[in-house]
Ligand binder design. Structure first.
Ligand code: ATP
Ligand code: MG
Length: 420
């Protein structure tokens, strides 16, 4: 194994691709920030209890995918596999739900860890941007979140994604459905592990990715037929609000998602250019989670969008983002005095908000111009002894190749004008 190899299932973000990741995070966050969501940041690890209780003892995430560790002091911790449980824990700890109006609207962005079988689009370290609206039961809130995720993806130029929508019922109607489903599943030809799952979390069986299992599920009882009137009305309202907003979705009665805490509205964003790892984001309502982790009743709704898969989706659609912060001006000094003078000019440009870089290390003209080219800069500033003696620098347009002498004192203003 090479010393310079990232751990299995992980990869590094390096320029230039890393710029796309930053831009995707910013694009997902922008509509949230414009809609009253405040930024929250929680630790990369939590007490393992939080996820066991919050995400669910029977989920793949907790049984197979969680990185757990015992500290030297004997604490049982887990690297966070997802964001919702942590955000809710932090909101409760800070009493945010008592501090002002409900819902408490929060957004986050960070690294998550799952011990999974690595493949394209599935990693052991990945990043998400997420949003949670805590403490209010209101179909408009569910609709708001789905609309904002749709807006974020559209702002990136993505078009080949679809929204899958379902309702998982509540504590009144889901138990009735659960029993009907269990009765149906017990008669099927399934392996040992899946049979165990029928007893612990039967809805998860609906999410089985294997074709032979899916074939047997064709006649499974549908949750839709078991929804209580309140859940039905709630779901119809969410659907109507999405339609009114022009957001297209597909009803998917098999959509259950991999976390135990979801109730009522559940949704997933899938992208058709990604092969089998097609989910780019997902979320839903989690009215029971606060109580599951020992808090008061706080009906809530949220989502998490995967940054890694969103970048893959952009690549699949051939979308190149218009990235800010590329170097606009590249300075090429010839000689010691020019180095000092041009570095002064570069510093001034930067302070004026113009992105500028410099040919370091005292290289010759040819090598330095190559660097200028590679930087993508629109303009190069070249100066040697003779230019300095005349108080000018050569301003070269890297696209047209045109070059003209500009007085040192006017360089910043001239560049500001040309760069608009
Ligand atoms: P999947 O069904 O693909 O395992 P999930 O239901 O486990 O996804 P969530 O827990 O809802 O996913 O996380 C939300 C988003 O985070 C996913 O839609 C995906 O974009 C991203 N994500 C989840 N797990 C991974 C992973 N191992 N690698 C990369 N991205 C991931
Ligand atoms: Mg998963």
């Amino acid at each position: 194994m090479s010393t310079f190899q990232a751990p299995k299932g992980t990869y590094d973000l390096t320029p230039p691709r890393s710029a796309t990741f930053l831009a995707v995070r910013a694009a997902i966050a922008a509509p949230l920030r414009d809609s009253g969501y405040g930024y929250i940041e929680t630790p990369g690890f939590e007490n393992v209890e939080l996820f066991a209780r919050g995400v669910g003892e029977s989920t793949d995430i907790v049984t197979k995918e969680m990185y757990t560790l015992t500290t030297k002091g004997g604490d049982q911790l887990a690297l966070r596999p997802e964001g919702t449980a942590s955000v809710l824990r932090a909101a409760l700890e800070a009493n945010l739900h008592k501090a002002g109006n409900l819902p408490v609207k929060l957004w986050y962005s960070g690294s998550y860890y799952r011990y999974e079988r690595p493949q394209a689009g599935r990693y052991r370290h990945f990043s998400q941007v997420g949003a949670e609206a805590i403490g209010t039961e209101d179909p408009i809130l569910d609709a708001e979140l789905i609309i904002l995720a749709d807006q974020a993806y559209r702002s990136l130029g993505l078009r080949q994604f679809r929204i899958l929508l379902n309702s998982l019922g509540d504590k009144e109607c889901r138990p009735v459905y659960r029993e009907a489903l269990q009765t149906f599943l017990r008669d099927l030809d399934l392996d040992e592990e899946t049979r165990r799952r029928i007893e612990i979390n039967p809805l998860r069986v609906l999410d089985d990715k294997r074709a032979d299992v899916q074939k047997q599920l064709t006649d499974a009882p549908k949750l839709r037929d078991y929804l209580c009137d309140a859940c039905k009305a709630y779901h119809e309202e969410v659907r109507a609000l999405l339609t009114a907003a022009g957001v297209v979705y597909e009803d998917d009665e098999k959509l259950v998602r991999g976390l135990d805490y979801y109730t009522r509205t559940t949704f997933e964003f899938v992208h058709d250019g990604l092969g089998s790892q097609s989910a780019v984001g997902g979320g839903g309502r989690y009215d029971g989670l606060s109580e599951m982790i020992g808090g008061p009743e706080l009906p809530s709704v949220g989502w998490a969008l995967g940054v890694d898969r969103t970048v893959l989706a952009l690549e699949a659609e051939g979308i190149e983002l218009d990235l800010p912060y590329v170097t606009s001006v590249y300075a090429v000094p010839l000689g010691e005095e020019a180095r000092r003078v041009l570095f002064g000019v570069v510093t001034g440009l930067r302070r004026a908000g113009i992105a500028a870089d410099f040919a370091f290390g005292g290289r010759g003209l040819k090598g330095a111009m190559k660097s200028a080219n590679r930087s993508g800069a629109r303009y190069a500033l070249v100066a040697g002894e003779r230019d300095l003696a005349e108080g000018v620098v050569q301003l070269k347009d890297m696209e047209s190749g045109e070059q003209s002498a500009v007085p040192l004192t006017e360089v910043a203003a001239e560049l500001a004008k040309r760069l608009g």
